[in-house]
Design a protein around this ligand. Sequence first.
Ligand SMILES: [Zn+2]
Length: 133
Amino acid sequence: MRAHGERDYPFECCGLMLGRFENEGRKIVAETYPISNAREEEAKRNRFLIRPEELIRGEKYARERGFDVVGFYHSHPDDRAVPSQYDLEHAWPTYSYIVVSVQNGRAVDLQSWEMENNRSRFNKEQVVSEAGA
Ligand SMILES: [Zn+2]
C-alpha cells in the first residue's frame, strides 16, 4: 500500500484489501488489489472513488481466492493519513479504511480507520503488521 501510494504520487492511489473477517472486529488482510493504476490518466486526477464495476471485479477476484473484501485503501498526497469529510461521506461501516500519507513522493504514515455505525465519524484502528505491508 505504501509502495502503491509512492508509485501513483502526486495522484491518489486506491485499492481493495482482501482477506477475512475474524472475531471481535478483527480483519486479516492477505492481499491488496490495486485499482487506480489501471485507470486512464484523466481519471487519476479525480478524487478517490472506487467505481461499482471495479468493486465487482475485485470481489470476484477475491472470491476466486477464497477471500472477502475487508476494506479499502487510498493515499493522501502531501496530506495527513486522516480521512477527509469526502471519505466519510463515501464510506460504509464494517470495512477498514487505510489512508497512506505520501509526502514529496515518500510514504511517511499509514493509519487504519473504521466508521462508526451511525456514520458520524471514523475511529482509529490498530494495525498489527506481519509482513510489512
Ligand atoms: Zn481520502
